[in-house]
Design a protein around this ligand. Structure first.
Ligand code: NAG
Ligand code: NAG
Ligand code: NAG
Ligand code: NAG
Ligand code: NAG
Ligand code: NAG
Ligand code: NAG
Ligand code: NAG
Length: 452
């Protein structure tokens, strides 16, 4: 019960915010009395309890939790009942000591009151593509859709059982003799939040997702805290947390080790604060990729601070494809410790997954990026700082201060690389950077297609 204190706090905060909403919009709902549940086994005492809260233990809806039975229908019933309940807080309890198997499911709102899905036990999908029901989506496993005011919390485990998906011959280097074969390759994202708001995800362990571990699309006001995500370093596309078209996001005090990006920030995100996270192994923290297929992308007001990145392919990365439009601006990377990272600081405006990407005259612009207090060691296979900006749309207003990156072995120092990158040094850096261009290129100031 290491998390119980923090958990109570979260619960209480959610309670207050939902109650405030409740008070302002409705007048008569508090007359509901406490529901009765399974009388034979009283529910474990909830973090917060009064007559305005209800608890729905999935076992009272028939869930067995023996790691064999399919409990999908019981979870759906528990969800529907909790979602329609008019209590201010409705807790769906997934008890400790049980493993529940659930098929791909969309849990849909809006709900009458606030929802807490409290996972103290283990949730698992069917094991691999062979046992995945034919009529189920292979893009996603657990989906939360159109919900305002939900907390996913608890001390339990979400186990994606990804191994058989990672071994599909279509996955990189998993075909015969280490090749990548063509063929169906869809693999489910473990947890997906879609068009939802006022979300908290707190205290859970999430492991071995078949694909991305957690993904938010079109969400608003997301707070993730004390999340522990693990997948092997060679597991394909197992991004930790991906956000897209999502704003007002806080990701705090979490640890992610996996086979792809630790956190990735896609198009349409703004107001993102990432603090005290530990990443690695994996591919580091990434803004992008943006501008694929000549698309427009707008990303702004992103902060990553007080974090550790270790044994990753990249540290803090901004990646865009040739041919896009829009901009990435107002990004701060502050107080980040790097340990044996291959490209600790990197902007790559020539991002390309095949060999045949051509250069284009447009690009997602990159401007107003601050790198401050970034220290530690880099893997000597590449340069510690790389600013590769588009020929036609230079990067502007890059600011560097208190950078100190040393080789992780020997004393070979790689020179930083810059291409069409404008910016300033506020302090001397290690290694020294002499390749940034001064001032502002004139035509960028007049360029409209990049305005967001
Ligand atoms: C989120 O919660 C706040 C406070 O309860 C509320 O004002 C806001 O409307 C909610 N957001 C959405 C999109 O419903
Ligand atoms: C899949 O098929 C089963 C059995 O025919 C049915 O019970 C279930 O509702 C179907 N699921 C979906 C998501 O359509
Ligand atoms: C894999 O490599 C072995 C040994 O080089 C070879 O005999 C075999 O034909 C290869 N298999 C495929 C599918 O390429
Ligand atoms: C940072 O996060 C880790 C992992 O959750 C936690 O143990 C630690 O207490 C956090 N540090 C601070 C200063 O909050
Ligand atoms: C930037 O994002 C933070 C949340 O990370 C928010 O508090 C702040 O108001 C935003 N600033 C602007 C100018 O939108
Ligand atoms: C694209 O432009 C960059 C920078 O000018 C250059 O290094 C690279 O070779 C070009 N790529 C192609 C495919 O022409
Ligand atoms: C450069 O970027 C910083 C940080 O985002 C911003 O405060 C400043 O206004 C920018 N300077 C110009 C001239 O745009
Ligand atoms: C915690 C709490 O307020 N419990 C109350 C719920 O309602 C019953 C009957 O109205 C009261 O007796 C409890 O004290």
């Amino acid at each position: 019960m290491r998390h119980s204190h923090v958990s109570q706090l979260f619960f209480f905060t959610l309670f207050l915010s939902i109650q405030a909403r409740h008070h302002s919009h409705t007048k008569h709902k508090h007359s509901h009395s406490h529901r009765s549940y399974d009388e034979t086994s009283p529910p474990p005492s909830p973090s917060y309890s009064d007559n305005a809260s209800s608890i729905f233990d999935v076992r009272t809806f028939g869930a067995i939790g023996d790691g064999i039975a399919d409990d999908t229908e019981s979870f759906k019933m528990a969800w529907d009942t909790a979602c329609q309940s008019e209590s201010v807080i409705n807790v769906i309890l997934v008890p400790q000591g049980f493993s529940f198997i659930i098929q791909s499911t969309i849990f849909t709102g809006p709900c009458q009151g606030g929802l807490v899905l409290k996972v103290d036990g283990t949730l698992m999908p069917p094991d691999g593509p062979e046992s995945w029901p034919k009529n189920n989506s292979r893009h996603q496993w657990l989906v939360f859709y159109r919900i305002n005011g939900m907390s996913l919390e608890g001390g339990g485990l979400i186990d994606g059982r990804g191994e058989k998906w990672w071994d599909l011959p279509c996955k990189p280097h998993k075909g015969p003799n280490g090749t990548t074969s063509p063929g169906p390759c869809d693999s489910p994202i473990a947890l997906r939040f879609f068009m939802s708001s006022n979300l908290t995800v707190h205290g859970l362990r999430i492991k071995n997702s078949p694909q991305f571990n957690v993904r938010f699309d079109g969400c608003e006001n997301v707070h993730m805290e004390s999340i522990f995500i693990t997948a092997p370093r060679d597991s394909p596309n197992t991004d930790g947390i991906h956000i897209e078209n999502t704003n007002d996001v806080k990701i705090y005090n979490s640890v992610i080790s996996n086979g792809d990006d630790c956190v990735s920030i896609g198009s349409g995100c703004y107001g993102v604060d990432i603090k005290n996270i530990t990443c690695g192994p994996g591919h580091g923290i990434s803004i992008g990729s943006l501008g694929n297929h000549n698309s427009r992308a707008c990303v702004s007001n992103i902060t990553v601070r007080d974090s550790v990145i270790k044994f990753t392919d990249n540290g803090v990365r901004i990646k865009t494809w040739q041919g896009g439009s829009g901009s990435v601006s107002g990004v701060t990377f502050n107080n980040i410790h790097m340990e044996s990272v291959r490209n600790p600081i990197i902007i790559d405006q020539f991002y390309c997954l095949s060999k045949d990407c051509t250069n284009k005259t447009s690009a997602v612009s990159v401007s107003d990026i601050i790198y401050t207090n970034i220290k530690g060691t880099y893997d000597i296979r590449s340069t510690p700082m790389r600013f590769a900006c588009s020929d036609s749309v230079p990067c502007t207003n890059l600011t560097l201060s208190d950078i100190e990156l040393l080789p992780n072995q020997g004393d070979i120092v790689h020179d930083p690389f810059c291409w069409n990158a404008y910016g300033d040094l506020e302090t001397l850096t290690i290694p020294p950077v002499s390749c940034l261009l001064e001032g502002f290129p004139r035509f960028v100031l007049e360029n409209d297609i990049n305005r967001c």
